[in-house]
Design a protein around this ligand. Structure first.
Ligand SMILES: Cc1ncc(C[n+]2csc(CCOP(=O)(O)OP(=O)(O)O)c2C)c(N)n1
Ligand SMILES: [Mg+2]
Length: 658
């Protein structure tokens, strides 16, 4: 007879999760660093009791709890913290998040979408209303009149890579195993949601003891089929102007050195997506920096004429392709090395489904002897030099720019330049939404493989502050610089309080420009005249937000949360503030408050982003923008050319000779 142990569903879940490990390349670590949560009905007595019992038993036995609990302030935010942690740990470790019934759980939906879109693991324990419906409808229950088994947690289905609702205790073991499989599968990973009805959480069951044995989940590095590597090599050998686009998969696979070796052997230049930035470090001769809508002129110039584009670990978002305009050569072909067949097949690419490091190493071998022309190498060097001079000018704006700034304002480029130059190479710069992701993509000089963290799959305002905690928790040897706009800060400053509570040192650089620099300029370009993008008074008699700036003091706001705040009004003060922040020990969070001029732009990418403009309008500004829109749209390519040159002479078809 199997040995059993009697525990509630919540207790069994917690004990199971505390015993999970991940392993890759022989290195093993806990799969879950801990559990973030906010209690309410639905988890306070179920999962909450289980976490308390877990912690108490460990402490009483002189052990550190396997699944320590951390109280957060906002459920969306705690998912961001977990996801940022997972990204910093190359997806080998993450956190569990527990939330209460109704709004507590549905607050996590945005975080789940962000995790799934960015292919980052997080386990969400969403609490659900009664399985028995004994006391229905309970507080915060949806009550869909047409579906008795639906709750607000069904909103997690489209944004989760695995979803299950545990109606009965007996379902739990299979659900837990499936959840772990998905979290640790590099092609499948994303948000995993287990919806736990509040009555089921508290129900007791006799579990086989072996459910709670330590389990190690192998994170695979599938190699590519040799025939696919050979086919990819033959396409690349036929290219005159090949180019690589490196995505987040390069980082998650730890393929940076394999990529550098590939580039050194072949001379093929690299453009980077947001998640892939830093795949080659600043100063590598093949590093052309960002590509696409927020790309460098160097990478974009090469992209325009590339005949074969090798995507490595990229999901090919519209920003990376400049909405299919930047890869402009007639008949341009794609080769995609990707762990997920879904991404490897994009743009009609020759699909090589494999781990990035494995595939790059195999391809380097297969391409032995191949190297691009000297003239192509010289062109790369020249384009890079031209771009790097632009970066230098943005970091150190000339008097012709600074003389025009109002008192106390800096340019955004100077802020980024100062932090880049004053931070350690291993420090992490972090951002997600607003104008700074684009500027960072273009301008940031990455000097360490984990030094750049811009979330641009979901580009979610408010990610920055909570994510900074996750990054710091993942690696306390690095300082984190969270670049956050006033809009992003106002969305979600909440986790500064959690950072105070946990003594987590993060450096938040709060860039105040009284509204949306990003969407303001986008609006203007699209003929919508910056409508509704300024944080200003609606003056009497005016229908518009065009009065004075609001008397909002975000520095005081941060100070009121227990944060150490430094306000700066000049480049010299910013330097001093960054130095002080770097030197601070055991300080908890620090906010550096800086005012910038939203009308000074970073150097142009000479690339487009497709945001449709009204086809008919009563405004001249919109009609002019529509004409420009049509011009850009004409540059879009279908990107459908078959990657492989006709193979009829070398391959047999199943239909016999043709
Ligand atoms: C949650 C969320 N809501 C809306 C948007 C759309 N959006 C993108 S950037 C932006 C404005 C950001 O303002 P701020 O943080 O001040 O940065 P700035 O543009 O001024 O640099 C908005 C509203 C978004 N990305 N995320
Ligand atoms: Mg702003």
């Amino acid at each position: 007879m199997t040995d059993t142990i009697r525990l509630t569903v919540a207790q069994a879940t917690v004990e199971f999760l505390a015993a999970q490990w991940s392993e890759r390349d022989g290195e093993r670590q806990r799969l879950f660093a801990g559990c973030f949560g906010i209690f309410g009905h639905g988890n306070v007595a179920g999962v909450g009791q289980a976490l308390l019992q877990h912690e108490t038993q460990a402490l009483d036995a002189g052990r550190t709890p396997g699944l320590p609990y951390v109280l957060a302030r906002n459920e969306q935010a705690m998912v961001h913290t977990s996801v940022a942690y997972a990204r910093q740990r190359d997806r080998l470790q993450t956190w569990v998040c527990t939330a209460s019934v109704g709004p507590g759980s549905s607050n996590m939906v945005t975080g789940a979408a962000l995790a799934t879109i960015n292919r980052l693991p997080v386990l969400l324990l969403a609490s659900d209303t009664f399985a028995t419906r004994r006391s229905a409808p309970v507080l915060q229950e949806l009550e869909a009149p047409y579906a008795g088994d639906m709750t607000v947690n069904d909103a997690f289905r489209p944004v989760s890579r695995y979803f299950d609702r545990i109606w009965r205790a007996e379902q739990l073991p299979a659900a837990l195993l499936s959840a772990m499989r998905v979290l640790t599968d590099p092609a499948e990973t994303g948000a995993v949601t287990l919806a736990l009805p509040q009555d089921v959480q508290a129900e007791a069951h006799d579990w086989p003891v072996e459910l709670f044995a330590d389990r190690t989940w192998h994170v695979a590095r599938p190699p590519a089929e040799h025939a696919r590597i050979a086919a990819a090599a033959s396409v690349i050998r036929s290219a005159r102007r090949p180019m690589i686009v490196a995505g987040g998969g390069v980082h998650y696979s730890g393929a940076e050195q394999a990529l550098a070796a590939f580039c050194e052997a072949t001379g093929i230049p690299v453009g980077e997506s947001q998640a892939g930035k830093g795949s080659l470090l600043h100063g590598h001769p093949q590093e052309m920096g960002a590509v696409g809508s927020t790309g460098t002129t160097a990478a974009n110039a090469l992209a325009r004429q590339a005949d074969v584009v090798i995507g490595v670990g990229t999901r090919w978002s519209d920003f990376t392709t400049a909405s299919r305009t930047v890869f402009a050569a007639e008949g341009v072909r794609f080769v995609n090395l990707n762990i997920a067949g879904f991404d490897a097949g994009k743009h009609a690419g020759l699909s090589v489904v494999a781990d990035a490091r494995e595939a790059l190493t195999a391809l380097t071998g297969e391409l032995a002897g191949y190297r691009v022309d000297e003239s192509y190498l010289a062109e790369q060097a020249r384009l890079w030099q031209e771009w790097d001079a632009e970066v230098e000018a943005a970091y150190h704006p000339p008097a012709s720019v600074t003389d025009r700034l109002a008192e106390g304002l800096l340019t955004q480029g100077a802020v980024l330049g100062c932090i880049n130059e004053m931070s350690d190479p291993r420090d992490v710069v972090l951002c997600a939404a607003g104008s700074m992701p684009g500027d960072l993509h273009k301008l940031w000089r990455v000097r360490d493989r984990k030094g750049y963290h811009v979330e641009y799959g979901y580009s979610c305002m408010g990610y920055e502050v909570p994510a900074s905690l996750g990054i710091r928790l993942a690696d306390e040897s690095r300082d984190v610089f969270a670049m956050v706009g006033d809009g992003g800060y106002l969305m979600m400053p909440t986790e500064l309080v959690t950072a105070v509570q946990e003594h987590i040192k993060v450096i938040v650089v709060l860039v105040q420009n009284h509204g949306f620099h990003s969407i303001g300029s986008l609006s203007e370009e699209l003929g919508s005249q910056r409508f509704g993008t300024k944080y200003r008074y609606r003056d009497a008699g005016s229908h518009r937000l065009d009065g004075d700036v609001l008397p909002v003091d975000l520095a005081a706001n941060a100070r009121s949360l227990g944060v150490h705040v430094i306000e700066v009004t000049s480049p010299g003060e910013l330097e001093k503030a960054v130095r002080m922040a770097k030197e601070a020990q055991d300080s908890g969070p620090i906010v550096i408050h800086v005012n910038t001029d939203p009308l000074v732009y970073a150097p142009d990418s000479e690339a487009w982003w497709d945001v449709p403009v009204s086809q008919v309008a009563a405004l001249d500004s919109t009609n002019d923008a529509y004409d420009r829109y049509l011009g850009h749209q004409a540059g879009q390519r279908p990107l459908l050319a078959p990657a492989e040159v006709s193979t009829s002479s070398t391959a047999r078809t199943t239909e016999g000779e043709q």
